[in-house]
Design a protein around this ligand. Structure first.
Ligand code: NIG
Ligand code: FE
Length: 422
């Protein structure tokens, strides 16, 4: 006897749990069961098959999906969920054509969020992040990564990571925490980058002892941290047992992709300016290229990451919102899926793999999240969509009808959404 049985699923998407991220052509393989059914027991997937076969299965609760699409819960592998304040004042600066790095160099951008985050209490940070997290869940996210990096000092970095811990305790989502202490150089350390970096390296020890983060990350960019500084920090993090990630080649082609591969990073993120050599190195590795087209869109740029070249040359690609108060102000991973279709020219199959199985690998959850294999935690989304092509196609709205984690419905859309599928 199952606890729950969902039948009459129009399409059930079953990305296979795999030991490694899907690379190149593999990203085009998506297992789709039509007219399907899925059962849950003790919070885990206990059976999948056809609606016809489901008649032979007993369950305490049965639900008719009425032809809807069902997929694994989405995985958002790059977010800056915890921060103080907001930066709507930067919209006019953007419109005036002032570049992102110039706003930062002038003490705005990341640094203004640092100021606000330092002044926000732990309790308020958790409350604020909850608001955004609930919006993410409502858009189908059941696993995500969250970075610190708006403290740039011991106290505030620890406060941000403690906020992540509180959220982990309060919400039924899987959450990976990343220490991004070297996210910018605080005004107090202008001209003393190495000293600042050493301070962040010291902090790694404390974070490890308190088990506050699994990953370490650095913003490797012109005017922020160089390749040599990034290598130094990431190596130290690795020695202390952190998985490593890197904000790489976002604006200038510094060679962040090459560095990520040479260190065996779990992911290299952004990569808009990655060089041909960097892409080649990625394709020869299992480092996941986490692409963030929402950021390119929001910064008003024309040049997007070369996802086609990456996938065609054999790299593993994942997609994320990069949700943050400055360069990508959206919790909606579905919107990113549309941008991936339109701007990155990714196929629907590649996109679904990029927000499920590959996104899970990018945050060290490849064996548990982004899949609905038998025995896996039953994190899934019932979509107001008849097929998987429909979600990236119809952009800018929330298609989630209901969101389940561990087999329990955590969110459903309001009562006015009862019209039959188009
Ligand atoms: O991933 N690029 C660096 N960090 C963030 C932006 C943070 C911010 O602007 O507040 C990013 O885009
Ligand atoms: Fe980021």
């Amino acid at each position: 006897m199952h606890d729950f049985l969902l039948y009459n699923i129009g399409q059930l998407i079953l990305p296979a749990a795999s030991e490694k991220p899907l690379k190149g052509k593999e990203m085009n393989n998506l297992r789709v069961l039509k007219n399907a059914a899925m059962a849950v027991m003790d919070g885990c997937v206990s059976w999948t098959g056809s609606t016809e076969e489901a008649e032979g299965h007993l369950a305490k609760i049965k639900r008719n999906a009425k032809g809807r699409l069902v997929t694994p819960g989405l995985v958002d592998p790059h977010t800056h969920l915890v921060f103080g304040g907001s930066r709507e004042n930067e919209m006019a600066l953007k419109q005036a054509g002032i570049p992102y790095l110039e706003i930062l160099a002038g003490g705005g951008g990341i640094l203004s969020t640092v100021e606000a985050t330092r002044q926000t209490s732990l309790k308020e940070l958790v409350r604020k992040a909850s608001f955004h997290l609930e919006r993410m869940i409502s858009h189908g996210v059941t696993s995500l990564e969250v970075k610190s990096g708006y403290g740039l000092d011991r106290e505030t970095e620890l406060k941000q990571l403690t906020a992540v811990k509180r959220l982990q305790d309060q919400y039924p989502v899987r959450m990976a925490a990343t220490f991004l202490g070297p996210h910018a150089i605080p005004p107090s350390h202008k001209g003393m980058e190495l000293e600042f970096l050493e301070g962040m390296i010291l902090l790694l020890e404390e974070i490890k002892q308190q088990n506050l983060a699994q990953f370490a990350d650095i913003f490797c960019e012109t005017g922020v941290f160089s390749i040599a500084q990034s290598r130094h920090f990431l190596k130290k993090a690795q020695e202390k047992g952190f998985g490593i990630k890197i904000h790489a080649d976002e604006i200038d082609p510094l060679g962040g992709a090459e560095l990520a591969v040479s260190l065996g990073a779990v992911s290299a993120d952004h990569l808009v300016a990655a060089t041909e050599e960097g892409i080649k190195r990625l394709s020869e590795s299992d480092t996941v290229a986490v692409l963030l087209p929402g950021t390119t869109f929001y910064l008003g740029k024309d040049m997007y990451a070369k996802a086609r070249v990456m996938i065609d040359s054999g790299a593993a690609v994942a997609l994320a919102t990069d949700f943050n108060p400055g360069s990508s102000v959206t919790e909606n991973l579905q919107l990113i899926m549309s941008l991936a279709a339109l701007k990155l020219k990714m196929t629907a199959e590649e996109i679904w793999n990029a927000v499920t199985v590959n996104a899970a690998h990018a945050i060290g959850m490849g064996d548990e999240a982004g899949t609905l294999e038998n025995g896996c935690r039953a994190d899934f989304v019932v979509w107001d969509a008849p097929n998987y092509h429909y979600v990236p196609y119809h952009f800018g709205v929330n298609h989630a009808e209901s969101v389940y984690s561990a087999g329990i419905k955590r969110w459903e859309r309001g009562k006015y959404g009862t019209i039959q599928l188009p």
